[in-house]
Design a protein around this ligand. Sequence first.
Ligand code: RB5
Length: 144
Amino acid sequence: MSKTIAIGADHAGYLYKARLIEHLKSKGFEVINVGTDTGDSVDYPVFAEKVGDLVASTQAFCGILICGTGIGMSMAANKHKGIRAALCTDLVMAEYTRRHNNANVLCMGARIIAYEMAEMIADKFLETEFEGGRHQRRIDLFDK
Ligand code: RB5
């Protein structure tokens, strides 16, 4: 499987994104950074769409999106066909959205959780496998 992760943020999340990119690279992942990279105000759906495109086209095996709360990014990313974006604020959510929902985009809020927690959540999300079985049947219903 590709080890490429697509990552994006708005002005509220770009500092966490910068730190997370270094962390992910140190763990051996390739990272496609779609921006933003400054504190200038931007519109988060633009970055959610870019990450969604990269994941849906399998250029990246998963995506990470960071805004102030993580809510706007998750709403925008979930409009994209083939994207199952999950807003996570703790390790249990990160683990179960992989095991049960096969989430392919992780959303986090830089104004909600500490950076250290964001890093731990990302690690948990990336190391946890989907269980398949009855959970596959349930996520198949998303497209019906
Ligand atoms: C930006 O101020 C803020 O609205 C955005 O980062 C995000 O929290 C939206 O859900």
